[in-house]
Design a protein around this ligand. Structure first.
Ligand SMILES: Cc1cc2nc3c(=O)[nH]c(=O)nc-3n(C[C@H](O)[C@H](O)[C@H](O)COP(=O)(O)O)c2cc1C
Length: 194
């Protein structure tokens, strides 16, 4: 092999669905290096509606991030021969969570989640709903048993966040940890501060 072929470290798929918390998706995208990694993006139909309510300037898709429509079943992460290394669904609605738990794979977002699980790659869900009913909890149980990681979109306060971005970053830091990516968004508990 010769030439200067640059190989991305990780193939990452970010999926945004119609749960409250579009800011988490924005901050996750802002903190991924799309030059170092191959970063793909797919959004559910209702993600657009929630983004419209929650992000005054809409979603900023960083340069280098490749966006795909829900219908592009030939996207480069939708088949078992070509899975992503990590898929993170942020935020994850109860609808999407339930559809994945029950194998409904009728768009590329759901299909990619199914492929990620079956190929034993990392699937991370950041669900957001309150209160939870038994169906939500049983679906989460199924997903845990199938190998998914569930990081509830529950912000924490012990670092004394002073803005919505800082508050959102308390969740995004945990997602980056799960992805195996370095993050300095939030100091670790009892870590020395400068
Ligand atoms: C402004 C807004 C906020 C919503 N927040 C939530 C939420 O926090 N959690 C949730 O499960 N669904 C929430 N929904 C409902 C979902 O968008 C709805 O169930 C949708 O069918 C989910 O589809 P999707 O998973 O394909 O995005 C919200 C809807 C709107 C319009």
């Amino acid at each position: 092999m010769s030439g200067h072929h640059i190989v991305a470290l990780l193939k990452i798929l970010i999926a945004i669905t119609g749960a409250s918390g579009s800011i988490y998706a924005q901050r996750l995208l802002d903190n991924l290096n799309a030059e170092e990694h191959e970063v793909h993006l797919v959004m559910s139909r209702y993600a657009q509606a929630v983004i419209g309510e929650e992000l005054p300037d809409g979603l900023r898709v960083p340069k280098g991030v490749m966006q795909h429509s829900l219908k592009s079943m030939n996207a480069p992460f939708a088949s078992g021969s070509n899975p992503c290394d990590v898929m993170a669904i942020v935020p994850c609605s109860m609808g999407t969570l339930g559809r994945i738990a029950h194998g409904c794979s009728d768009d590329v977002l759901l299909r990619a989640a199914d492929v990620t699980l079956k190929e034993r790659r990392k699937l991370i869900l950041a669900p957001r709903e309150t209160p939870l009913n038994l169906i939500h909890i049983k679906n989460m149980e199924l997903l845990l048993l199938a190998g998914a990681a569930i990081i509830p979109a529950n912000p924490s306060f012990y670092t004394r966040p002073e803005s919505l971005v800082q508050l959102a970053d308390t969740v995004v830091a945990r997602i980056l940890d799960q992805m195996g990516l370095p993050q300095r968004l939030v100091p670790r508990w009892q870590e020395e501060r400068d």
